[in-house]
Design a protein around this ligand. Sequence first.
Ligand SMILES: *[C@@H]1O[C@H](CO)[C@@H](O)[C@H](O)[C@H]1NC(C)=O
Length: 130
Amino acid sequence: MRNSPTLYVAFLSMVLLFGPSHELPPFWPATTVTMTNNLGGPLLTVHCKSKENDLGVHMVAANTDYHFTFQPNIWKSTLFFCSFQWSNQVKHFDIFDAPRDQDDGYKLNWTIKPDGPCKLGKKVKCFPWK
Ligand SMILES: *[C@@H]1O[C@H](CO)[C@@H](O)[C@H](O)[C@H]1NC(C)=O
């Protein structure tokens, strides 16, 4: 029983399923970034990208949010950058920058205000636009 081929095949399948080439290893939780439109009225247009992914253009009504979920890499080099457009404004910000954000948990909440984005948490931290 100890060298059962069935067990060996099961083990091999696990390695193939969850091996290093798999994009979503189950032992590394996904991160969700949420952005709430707190501009005070205007419709917000958000467009986020990473080097590999274009998350598309999203319209965010006042006081509603847009969020996306992804798998940060273990090398702390994951970066998502976004454009924010409303009225006649176009702004940019790195909404997920691993060295800054990766140790702050798996649910990151941002409020988007005219002066810049603020990261919510025990302490609210506001940033200027890029
Ligand atoms: C972000 O919002 C979610 C959902 O409301 C909440 O569960 C989470 O604790 C929040 N995280 C922070 C850092 O505020």
